[in-house]
Structures are given as C-alpha cells and as structure tokens.
Ligand binder design. Structure first.
Ligand SMILES: [Fe+2]
Length: 343
C-alpha cells in the first residue's frame, strides 16, 4: 500500500484532552501535522482556517455529537476525509456514520497501529476520489468547450447567411449588424454585464433569420404591401425560431420570435405584454425599429437621427418600453451615428 503523504493535516476532535493529546503526539511523531478541537464548533473553525485532509471525530461529544459534525463537514468540506472514533461498538450508529460519508471507524482506547492503518486507507481513498473528481471536471470542461464551439460555429454560419442575403439588397445591407450594435450599446448603458450579453447579441444578429423563407419579390416590393403580403412577411418571426431551434437556446429563440411585439401588447395575436416580454426582446425591438426608421427604403428616405428619436419618443409605452427609451435617448449621439454608418 502507498504510504500517505505526511504533509496532509489531520484534525483530532474529542472533548477529552487525555484522549486527544497522546494521539496527537503519536501522529506528530509519524510526521503528520495535527490540529486539535475539543468540540464541534471549534472543529468547524479549524476547518475554516486550515486545509484538513482527514478529521478523526469522537462520536459522543456534548452539545453537538460527532455524528452531527460529520454531516456539517461533508456539507461544507466534502474533500476532508472523516474517520469516527468510538468507545462502544454501536452497529446502528456506525452504519449511519458510514452512510453519511465516514470512511472508517476506530475504537477507543486507541491502538496506534490500527489508527495509522485506518488513516492511510482513508487518505488513499480521499486521494483517489479527488483524482477522479479532477478528471471528471477536466472532461466536463472539454465537453462544454466543444459544445460551445459547435454552437458558436453554427450560429456564426447562419449569421453569415443572413449577412449574405442582406448584402444582396442595398436597402437591407448591414441591418442585422446595426441592430446588434444598437442592442449592445443599449444593454451596455442599461448596465447589463458583458457576460450576460451573448444571447442578446446572437438574438439581435439573427432576429430576421426567418426572412430566408420570405418571397424576395414581396420583401423588396417598392410600393405599399397588401394585407396578405404583409402577413407573409411577418411569418419570418415564426419561421426563424424553427431554423435556429436545433442549437439556439430559449433566450435567442424568444428574441427571434417576439421581436415585432409591442410593449402595450397590441400587435396581432400577441400573447405577451409589458414586462412579460423578455428584456432582451424589448431591447432588440427598439434597436430593430430604430434601424428601420433611419434606413432608406425603395419607397421612402430614411429618417434623420433627430426625427427618428422624436418618433421613438412618440412611441414610448405603446411600441417601446419607456425604461429602454429613456436609456436610448441619453446615449451620446456620436455613438448612435457611428452605428448608423455601419454597412
Ligand atoms: Fe423582423
């Protein structure tokens, strides 16, 4: 058997000093750094301040028993191995302790050879468990990394497709990219932390992905749309989620699905209203509409920045979330203009 590493700290918990002291002396002589505690509370303090490899717990202690302390240690310090020490063999107690995570039990008065053997086995088991846990964590990390990469590649390829489709038409070129940038800048000024922006960014980039399935003649029609044509175009919000569903999460799907929702809930067939609409959706809705207002169309010129801001303010509370409008209109205009210039 491999001898345990002697730098591993041992905690001896027993309310009786005449029991703790000789055990500590013997273990110290064997090269183990030792700590002592005379009750459960003191034991938890020691664990808090030191990295303890193994704790030897007296089963019977006043105030809080070793059995209760065992549960606290397993909950708070799962990497600390535990051996129970008892003066009387009580099978039920021993079985309960083993079920609760103790690796062994030793009898008092201590036979030092048996104590050392039990400790070495416990420390070895602990080492194996930690190696296995490290291995599982590494493996999980690699699997997560690959899943993220696959997702990123998939979303990036759809995004390229959207950009390619948009670039064929001078009236829609750069729309998704600008909507994404407007969305990110609003989210930034709303104080949303960068690590929470990934879904919003993908949702904004892909919000119109369903237009892949729209008849280009209708989409690029220079004049006013008929009711049927308008309804055909609006199907892009239901087609889009189906396209990205195999790989996108619900936050992204919601943005694609609901990006034409109004804040007051008065769009056709709208089921969500106000704050029920996810925040990411409400931001993209404003970003999308603002870009549509300021972009040129075959049948009209794009609005100026001032005129578009006035329109956004006019639609506060009806089409747009007032809180988001409030943030949007305070963003420095040079930052808005820089995004408007993106192609
Ligand atoms: Fe759209």
């Amino acid at each position: 058997m491999t001898t345990a590493t002697k730098s591993e700290t041992i905690l001896i918990v027993d309310d009786e000093e005449p029991i703790r002291r000789p055990l500590k002396r013997m273990l110290t002589k064997k090269g183990y750094p030792c700590l002592e505690a005379d009750c459960a509370n003191q034991a938890m303090l020691r664990l808090d301040e030191n990295s303890v490899a193994l704790a030897i717990l007296d089963v019977r202690m006043p105030v809080k028993s070793g059995i209760e302390l065992l549960s606290d240690i397993k909950a708070g310090y799962p990497d600390t191995a535990v051996i129970m020490a008892t003066a009387v063999i009580e099978p039920e107690v021993i079985i309960q302790c083993m079920k609760n995570g103790a690796l062994d039990y030793i009898m008092k008065p201590f036979e030092f050879d048996k104590v050392i053997r039990s400790m070495e086995i416990a420390l070895r088991k602990r080492q194996l468990a930690m190696t296995l846990k490290d291995f599982q964590d590494t493996l999980k990390g690699k699997v997560d990394e690959q899943a993220t990469e696959i997702r990123r590649l998939f979303l990036a390829s759809i995004q390229s497709l959207v950009f390619a489709l948009e670039s064929k038409d001078k009236y829609t070129a750069g729309h998704s990219r600008r909507v994404s940038e407007f969305t990110l800048i609003i989210a930034h000024y709303m104080g949303i932390p960068p690590e929470e922006l990934e879904d919003i960014r993908y949702g904004a980039l892909l919000h119109d992905v369903g237009k892949i399935a729209i008849d280009p003649d209708i989409q690029n029609k220079p004049g006013k749309l008929t009711v049927d044509e308008y309804e055909h175009i609006m199907t892009h919000a239901t087609v889009g989620p189906a396209i990205v569903k195999p790989i996108a999460n619900q936050n992204i799907i919601d943005i694609i699905h609901y990006h034409h929702c109004r804040f007051d809930g008065r769009s056709k067939d709208q089921t969500l209203t106000g704050a029920q609409i996810p925040l990411g959706v409400r931001i993209v809705t404003l970003a999308d509409s603002f870009d549509a207002m300021t972009s040129e169309r075959p049948y009209r010129k794009g609005l100026s920045l001032d005129a578009a801001l006035r329109e956004v303010i006019r639609c506060t509370g009806s089409q747009f979330d007032p809180e988001i409008v409030d943030v949007f209109i305070r963003i420095p205009q040079r930052e808005i203009k820089a995004i408007m210039a993106l192609q």
